[in-house]
Design a protein around this ligand. Sequence first.
Ligand code: SF4
Length: 463
Amino acid sequence: MILANKWYVPWDETLIRQYDVTAPRYTSYPTAVQFKALQAIEVQNHLDRQRPKIHPLSLYLHIPFCQHLCFYCACNKIATKDRTRPDVYLDMLEREMVLHARNFGHRPITQLHLGGGTPTFLSNRQMTRLLDLVAVYFDWDPVNRAGEFSIELDPRETSDDMLRLLRQRGFNRLSFGVQDFHHQTQVTINRVQSFELVQDRVQKARELGFGSINFDLICGLPHQTSASFARTWEQTLSLSPDRISLYNYAHLPERFKPQRRIDPASVPQPDDKLCILRDSIALLQQSGYLYIGMDHFAKPSDELAKALLGGSLQRNFQGYSTQAETDMLALGVSSISQIDGVYLQNHHAIGPYEALLTESQLAIKRGVFLTQDDKIRQWIIGQLACQGRLSLAEVSARFRIDAPAYFSQAWEQLGKLAQDDLLTLDADLVTVRPLGRLLLRPILVTFDAYFTASIAGLYSKVL
Ligand code: SF4
């Protein structure tokens, strides 16, 4: 099935090369680059002010451990073979839950996500303890309350028993790290997992009744070619995942130490990578997947696609989400919370994270309190990224400003993007065109008050 024109993302080589710049992915605004050290008392006062609120909560738990080190990895993780390490870490997570429970424990959790690292590095006993802790300190009742309860899985680290446990405890969404099925690529990135293994895990998950299965794949890995990735797609599509996230490998060995184990000569050249991406996007759309935006694809039957088509799509630290605007409380080393106009990030390093919690103090290292200007721009970026449209009249009414005057400079810049057919400008209305859905970040950056040439290098390329 080929999608209707309105949703089909075209490929324009000239414009894509022109707009393939570096820009934030806007899982937050302001982005993490703007986070600063915060006064502990200010943070605590803000959290205490949340206590009377009763609207739903999204909870994220970061499990940083990995049994194997993937050489492409740019995540915050701890490579270890010591399976007892999570026991101490769970003690710390419990301390963090205790500290937050008095302000957030009564709010219904409608979204729970376990990310990493490798969440299933935990044994069944450790996972049971973790989920028991969530149920003790928070209002998490997946049997009686609908929600999106999901976990990132490494197929090599996911037993039948673990899948059964997760399903029994109410998880309904799984995200498998697939990356690429090409054996030479897998050997080079130190992540060998056969197609048969992934197929087996997916079949088991479906038998157990998991409603939505996501695959993560990566474009631009070592030894990847158009032909090898076409074969990966053939195998991927034969398993019919409901959602696909197609990430872009950026080879930055000076920033990410594991990448130093990859021979740069094995990484596809930019032109070759662009061809692989072009073919991938075309194939996915021809196969009936809807391009959601910024790396994400979904079948029209999936909740994410329905949210896009129905105008209720949201964006948060996990990318796109179906959940209506909820606060997100994130626990664990390096995790980022988004709570009522404030971003708060825990320490990256396990040492200070554990030291602070051992003294029953929050492990928050930095963050940002949003100004009114930040809130306006955050809302605008969310509208464009999720709904693909922006009404300045709505901005004026919602924030009590003269939006056309406030954003006159941004409007001028949008004029150039309109000429290139990335969007249309109609009176005070911005509508993102199909090509603009692919080149979304150059549109969003127009409203970013912090983005300058001097920090552009901190972000990844658009494609
Ligand atoms: S890619 Fe995932 S599984 Fe691999 S080392 Fe990084 S966090 Fe661990």
